[in-house]
Design a protein. Structure first.
Length: 241
């Protein structure tokens, strides 16, 4: 654990004193872990207080403000606890500032009422893409750079990567026609995708393997990207079919 230098704690009912912290390796798009020891330095007992975090740039500007929540036990004034936090690695990988904070859900962050954040400068590393599986049937021919581009997208942080498909005039595959760039809000299933386990094709589009999000929070457990620059084509016999 890394000790936190002495810092000013505001007087009042709600105040936090940061004691120590430890942050494990964080991969882009992957849930990692951190440990923070803290003290209730205010006058009021803590009830329904959550530990969380923000992602900031090196100037302290917010990049992503609402981190995952970790409930804290009720703490009387002067009590300490160690919180085990889940941290979602930011996409894309790079150098960021991870700032720990506490929140009373639906009311305010403690940093908004005079408390200091606990900032940690760190590197979010590339996601491990070594286990990626390309779900390309024999009648689908990928472009020469298909695997390279798919791997780069996985390393950027995405668990599911899909691209465009040249299927001629087939209307059932019109949504996948080549052209354009990235679309993280693509609403169709990813056809012939590259997936990191445990993800696997869970549906079909025109008889081809496809994947669609299975959770109500895909950004957390199944971050995905559609990139029309990752191209493949149906072979001529399949087009006639």
């Amino acid at each position: 654990m890394q000790a936190v230098p002495a810092h000013q704690v505001p007087a009042g009912p709600l105040a936090v004193r940061w004691i120590e912290y430890e942050v494990g390796e964080l991969q882009a798009g992957v849930v990692g872990h951190a440990r923070v020891e803290l003290e209730n330095a205010g006058e009021a007992q803590w009830r329904e207080v959550f530990a969380s975090y923000h992602w900031l740039d090196d100037l302290g500007n917010p990049i992503h403000w609402d981190g995952l929540r970790t409930p804290l036990p009720p703490l009387a004034s002067g009590d300490r606890t160690t919180a085990e936090l889940e941290i979602l690695g930011l996409i894309p990988p790079g150098r960021y500032r991870l700032a720990f904070d506490l929140v009373l859900e639906g009311r305010y962050w403690l940093s908004e009422i005079g408390n200091e954040l606990l900032p940690v400068d760190l590197e979010v590393v590339r996601r491990d893409a070594s286990g990626a599986v390309a779900h390309l049937p024999a009648d689908v021919e990928p472009a020469p750079d298909w695997h390279e581009l798919a791997r780069a997208a996985h390393e950027e942080g995405y668990a599911a990567v899909g691209g465009s498909l040249d299927a001629g005039r087939r209307r059932d595959l019109a949504a996948y026609r080549p052209g354009g760039g990235r679309n993280p809000a693509f609403t169709e299933p990813l056809v012939c995708p590259s997936l990191l386990p445990p993800l696997a094709p869970n549906c079909e589009v025109a008889g081809l393997p496809a994947w669609r999000p299975e959770t109500d929070r895909p950004w957390l457990y199944e971050p995905s990207i559609y990139d029309a620059r990752i191209t493949a084509r149906l072979r001529s016999d399949r087009r006639r079919g």
